[in-house]
Design a protein around this ligand. Sequence first.
Ligand code: B12
Ligand code: SF4
Length: 504
Amino acid sequence: MAFGTAVITPRWLYVLAAATPSCYGDPKLCDESLKQLDPSVIQAGDVVGIGIHTGNALRGYELGKIARERGAWVIYGGIHATLFPEEVAERGNAHCVVKGDGDVIWAQAVRDCLNGTPQPLYEGGRIEPDQFIPARWDLMPKDRYMWASVQTVRGCAKHCSFCSVWRTDGQRPRQRASDVVVEEIVQLRRRGFRFIALADDNFYPVTLTDLKLAERQGNTARLQQLRAIREERFTLMARLAELPHDMVFFTQITMEAAEDTEFLDAMKKAHIKGALVGVEAVTAEGLKAVYKDFNLSGDSLVRQLQTFREHGVHVLGSFIFGLPTDKPDTFDATAALAQKAGVAFAQFVMMTPFPGTVDFERWEKSQQANPTLVEGIPLTRYWLIPENKRPKMFTPHPSMSSEEIRERTQGVWDRFYDWSSTWKRSSCATSIRYRLAFVFISKLYRQMYAKTGISSDSARKSRANFMSRLIAVPCRRLFQAKPMPDLELPRGMKTERPAFPILR
Ligand code: B12
Ligand code: SF4
């Protein structure tokens, strides 16, 4: 469902727009989270690029069919296309599928299509950070998004079992130079964006433990490399600190950052006011089950989460329910821990085996001998099952039914976001205006999640849709700021590249 306002800009769309050779003119962009595509805009001979992740792959295939029927060239990309190029080619009416990063390869695929020589598969690979293309924000529709998104680093050194990032984006952090990141942010602030999501997998790519280990091993080359990455992070944060004080950044980070208070203090100065921290599980067994035993559990976990807040970084705690180690009392224990640790926001997601993950592979293997089918489609291809027939959980739990897990998860959301708890948490805001904004955002966040996956009951879903629509517009206004067209780059950054690269 789209209602003309979205939370975060889909960055890939604006990056690919910038990667489109200028000789073909400005591309027309369509973000279906704002408004459904009007097929009549597609003309025969056009090139249509469709970006898909697993959750919207089926809709992507519908769009591919529409575009191809209208005589366009159809190119797919995005994480799902990277993981399942054959499926995309077969089901999506594709002329071409791009695997990996699109920044560089997109121009070639477009050119080949327009010359009538498309190749079925293009390997975009993992490009180096100096090849990442800054987005074309000049093509963004006005007054539609609450947050813009800028990526500073791609990849993550960890290897959590439920996450595909370390496998698709790699374990080596590919970190952009701070200059190009800040230039993009300044352009966004000039346009009136003061809330920016740093769309990184892990904003803290080098931990103190990594440094100590390299030191202990006497690995000078690695130590130098790690120090350079860390130094660049501090340079970036120092530059962000020089931007207007009304700016607010939000990112994703591992819990280990709590041990590095110098880093947290730099984040605070840089206006990075919040971070999603993957807590996942509150018990040691749960953490082991998802290969995340670098996280702490119990009271030490509470302490670590509190450290973020004490250093001015508010936490959006992310918790997973439905792990094999979960028991009925895990739900209450998690809700209590989230309250005790003082996290500002929380999300409670149900275990989903996303393709490309260790969990997915394990599950696929277990299904090989006797696959479960829904409408003739193997459950391990759940994204191809029409949404109204799709189960809410895919992997059986050893002791609880899917319905029990769903209901208990819903209960934790309800408890965490009830009026009194939300109002209490809003005391972290510095004025009554911000306090109200905090309550609004909490409610919007909760409503948006209520309609994704967790709620199977359609009355509840349509109520959630109605509430999201109602809250979204005032929320977006709260996020807007007066444009600052004359905003200068921070000191020490003299040269400014064109707002977007001109490719021919
Ligand atoms: C920021 C982010 C978000 C943000 C913003 C999303 C948005 N509107 O853009 C928020 C927090 C809202 C979010 C939400 C979710 N996210 Co998210 N998110 C990310 C994150 C960290 C970065 C995405 C990003 O902006 N990257 C920067 C751009 C430039 O890179 P890119 O998108 O990969 O695009 C490049 C290539 O893929 C390719 N490409 C992409 N599209 C196309 C199209 C064409 C035609 C071509 C040629 C190339 C191409 O070229 C691009 C440039 O190189 C990724 C992790 C990751 N590393 O991708 C997860 C990720 C995409 N998210 C993921 C998930 C699961 C979700 C949620 C379902 C979580 C949840 N439980 O609710 C929701 C779904 C929301 C939705 N309906 O879209 C998964 C997807 C897994 C999968 N197999 O689909 C990822 C990979 C993280 C993970 N842990 O595995 N997410
Ligand atoms: S969940 Fe977070 S820490 Fe784990 S591999 Fe993915 S991005 Fe890295």
